[in-house]
Design a protein around this ligand. Structure first.
Ligand SMILES: *[C@@H]1O[C@H](CO)[C@@H](O)[C@H](O)[C@H]1NC(C)=O
Ligand SMILES: *[C@@H]1O[C@H](CO)[C@@H](O)[C@H](O)[C@H]1NC(C)=O
Ligand SMILES: *[C@@H]1O[C@H](CO)[C@@H](O)[C@H](O)[C@H]1NC(C)=O
Length: 402
């Protein structure tokens, strides 16, 4: 149903003949180069950082969620696609760099052919843990999507692709790239926003990591050979948190970035546990590439030296309210008396919770071309030239003209 323009095709609008010739040549070249993508399929799981359009299928396109309406999507797609940003997400840049089309939201497809290049199971608001986990600890939680649900949809899809014989999917599984996350952010965000203390939230982390780990183990059991597992972003740099947890104590802020120290320490705590768990998993599965994607480190580059990415104030939201961080309690992007910035390319935060396309592009560049995947994603499949050699819309630290 939904069909998205390709990342590289999106800019071919020049009417001049010369431009058309160049464009056609480029397309032919790209088609040739793309003949054999090193990963024929990309499957992904996660929350709003990765959802490419499942949300309206689950919660209804008339839901009050502002991300289903403009100005969401205004920058690249020029319409609201269900992505919780102004444009492309990390997963879109990864798909593009691999020579794949944008990953189809699972709920927008029906037939096996719809999923010829993979599927995205991520849904905005999703948690790693089930709602029961939180309720049992006195934390209110709506019936939202969680990782076990996304895995169930994945198994349903395998039954569609390889009816009656999951073993028949082995050849497909071992050539696919799996992006497992980011997931777990909402296991912390939702309690934080309902006033649960960080000390209590810290006690959830081992369970969050265990859920991510068991999901990876299940995917490996089904034949996955290459998995990329993102960590948490520096949540202390999120404009809404900077507003909500505003403090008079200078010590609460990192001097180099202005981000909230205790929140970033919490993100790093989650990431340390995740890194340790991935190291354990590698011991059990030496034949599987389990790649840690350091979203925190890649994003921190933006907060430490925003000018390298053409970003002016990385702690201010482009779309939202009017406070010092571009967010307010009375308005939100797409809701109430909100305002939108003129040039989203100069902002790292789109709506005060979600990164802008500019930030996602910088993070993706740090993963694909920079040092932020461990082991390096480019080495995961040595016969995979796309990631390192092909021209792509993602260049590390040279993002201004894009
Ligand atoms: C590596 O890439 C080649 C094509 O470039 C592909 O045939 C092969 O299946 C890939 N291997 C894995 C493990 O993904
Ligand atoms: C919402 O979904 C319905 C039913 O799937 C569809 O007919 C309608 O066109 C959709 N509206 C928008 C704005 O996408
Ligand atoms: C993938 O699985 C298929 C079917 O079991 C097998 O023939 C092929 O050699 C495997 N390829 C890799 C790269 O593991």
């Amino acid at each position: 149903m939904a069909s998205f323009p390709s990342g590289r095709g999106g800019g071919l609008v020049s009417p001049t003949a010369a431009a058309v010739v160049i464009a056609v040549a480029a397309l032919l070249w790209a088609a040739q180069a793309r003949e054999e993508p090193c990963y024929p399929r990309l499957f992904s799981f996660g929350d709003s950082l990765t959802d490419t359009g499942n949300f309206p299928f689950i919660f209804g396109n008339d839901s009050r969620e502002p991300a289903l309406r403009p100005p969401y999507g205004e920058t690249f797609f020029h319409r609201a696609t269900g992505r919780f940003s102004n444009g492309r997400l990390v997963i879109d840049f990864i798909a593009d760099a691999l020579g794949l089309p944008f990953v189809r939201p699972y709920w927008s497809g029906r037939t096996a052919g719809d999923f010829a290049c993979g599927a995205n199971f991520a849904v905005g608001g999703a948690t790693a843990l089930r709602p029961d986990f939180f309720r049992a600890r006195g934390v209110p939680m709506a019936d939202i999507v969680h990782l076990d649900m996304e895995m169930k949809w994945f198994r349903d899809l395998l039954n569609l692709l390889c009816p009656g014989d999951l073993a028949g999917c082995t050849g497909m599984m071992n050539q696919s790239l799996f992006l497992v996350g980011e997931i777990g952010g909402n296991d912390y965000n939702l309690p934080l926003l309902s006033g649960v203390s960080i000390t209590k939230i810290r006690s959830f982390t081992p369970s969050v990591i265990a859920k991510i780990s068991s999901t990876i183990t299940e995917l490996i059991g089904l034949g996955a050979k290459t998995l990329v597992v993102p960590g948490n972003l520096p949540i202390g740099c999120v404009p809404n948190y900077l507003m909500i947890f505003n403090s008079d104590n200078k010590e609460d802020y990192e001097p180099e970035t202005g981000c909230l120290r205790w929140m970033n320490e919490f993100s790093q705590y989650h990431n340390r546990l995740l890194i340790n768990e991935l190291e354990n998993l590698r011991k059990f599965h030496p034949d599987v590439a389990i790649i840690y994607a350091d979203y925190y480190g890649a994003a921190m580059e933006i907060f430490l030296s925003p000018e390298q990415f053409g970003i002016e104030d990385p702690l201010v939201a482009c779309c939202g309210g009017g406070g010092p961080y571009g967010v307010s309690a009375s308005a939100a992007c797409g809701y109430g008396e909100y305002k939108v910035c003129d040039n989203p390319k100069k902002y790292a935060s789109w709506d005060g919770f979600h990164p802008s396309e500019a930030a996602y592009k910088a993070i993706a560049a740090g993963l694909l071309r920079g040092p932020y995947t461990h082991p390096p994603i480019a080495n995961a499949n040595n016969s995979c030239p796309q990631i390192t050699e092909l021209g792509s819309s993602v260049e590390y630290k040279d993002l201004n003209d894009l």
